[in-house]
Design a binder for this molecule. Structure first.
Ligand code: TXA
Ligand code: MG
Length: 320
């Protein structure tokens, strides 16, 4: 149902322990009452998500955070003040009212205030913090449209609010700013350059790991079903009869490809990020044997695009 109209009903579903998929400026979230361990458990079941992968808690307003967790470390407070509402997730100490299932037993909690009016209205109307991962099955492409949610999760969700395509198209940047040296745990829609401008130097530790701090950093993640290869300057494909899809960063010749998605004709990074997951969803549905993807320029939000493409490619095995 349209996001603006369904808010009161969806808020009631959240309060009653149900699951509501809702748009944020990054991707669609699968929300549950973060104070209710049974509601949170339903998120893990609906996504087939391993319980070691903690959820992000969403608040309606930055002012609600101290009320939930008490005084904030100075850099956390400064980042919240500067970038909320917005695509930045911050780590704080988990307060006792948040059940451990939400944080997968960690003593830290990831939290953000989304820059999407309907999302904040929903959280405010529910009157509780809302735990919400991306509204896709674990490891698969994130949803940037309501129809992606319906296709991926279907009946596992009680309500899907439709706010149209999301503005950023890529998940929030996750930062641990509790200590003296801020650490980026996941590259995302808020460019690292913006963090550096606000904080000075930051450490980026958003690489691959088997036992990740943030499981969005698992080597193989955000993956289409079709094998994907990352190729700089992918030329024309060999004429071997294999149907290939091309994910192009900007306008380019694409003869010989069975399906083509261009992230941004003029090569604009923000537009490319907004199109990324939708383009991958489309190529996945195009009946091609493999997808060749060109990386974006490695700057600003382009880093997060390349991070996602690298993880999507990590499931590809040359042995087939
Ligand atoms: O943009 C976003 O962040 C979207 C929208 C819905 O807000 N949400 C999202 O959630 O991307 P999800 O679950 O797909 O990714 C959350 C990431 C995971 O990689 C998880 O491991 C990490 O946040 N995370 C959550 N709590 C954490 C914690 N306490 N410490 C480190 N990483 C944490
Ligand atoms: Mg996700």
């Amino acid at each position: 149902m349209p996001a603006e109209r369904g808010i009161a009903e969806a808020a009631a579903v959240l309060r009653a322990g149900g699951l509501v998929a809702f748009p944020t400026e990054t991707v669609y979230g699968l929300g549950a009452n973060a104070l209710d361990s049974r509601a949170a458990a339903r998120i893990f079941a609906a996504k087939a998500r391993p319980t070691f992968d903690p959820l992000i808690t969403h608040l309606a307003d930055a002012a609600d955070l101290p009320a939930l967790v008490g005084a904030l470390p100075p850099a956390v407070a400064a980042l919240a003040e500067r970038f909320w509402p917005g695509p930045l997730t911050l780590l704080v100490d988990r307060p006792a009212v948040i059940p451990p299932i939400v944080t997968s037993g960690l003593d830290t909690m990831a939290v953000r205030v989304p820059d999407e009016t309907s999302a904040r209205a929903l959280i405010r109307a529910a009157g509780v913090p809302v735990a919400a991962p991306s509204a896709n099955r674990f490891g698969q492409l994130s949803p940037t449209r309501a129809e992606h949610v319906v296709r991926g999760l279907g009946a596992a969700v009680d309500v899907v609010l439709d706010g149209g395509p999301t503005r950023c198209g890529i998940e929030s940047t996750i930062v641990d700013a509790r200590g003296p040296y801020p650490v980026v745990l996941r590259l995302g829609a808020l460019p690292v350059e913006d963090l550096v401008a606000a904080l000075g130097p930051v450490t980026v530790r958003a690489g691959n790991s088997g036992q990740p701090v943030a499981p969005g950093t698992l080597a193989a993640h955000y993956a289409p079903r079709t094998p994907l290869r990352l190729l700089r300057d992918a030329g024309a494909p060999p004429a071997d009869g294999i149907r290939r899809g091309l994910l192009a960063f900007r306008d380019r010749p694409a003869d010989g490809y069975a399906a083509v998605q261009v992230l941004s004709p003029a090569g604009d990074l923000t537009e490319a990020a907004a199109q990324l997951f939708d383009a991958l969803h489309r190529l996945d549905a195009a009946g091609v044997t493999e997808i060749l993807a060109e990386p974006a320029p490695d700057e600003g939000i382009g880093r997060a695009i390349n991070d996602r493409l690298g993880r999507a490619a990590a499931t590809w095995s040359p042995a087939g």
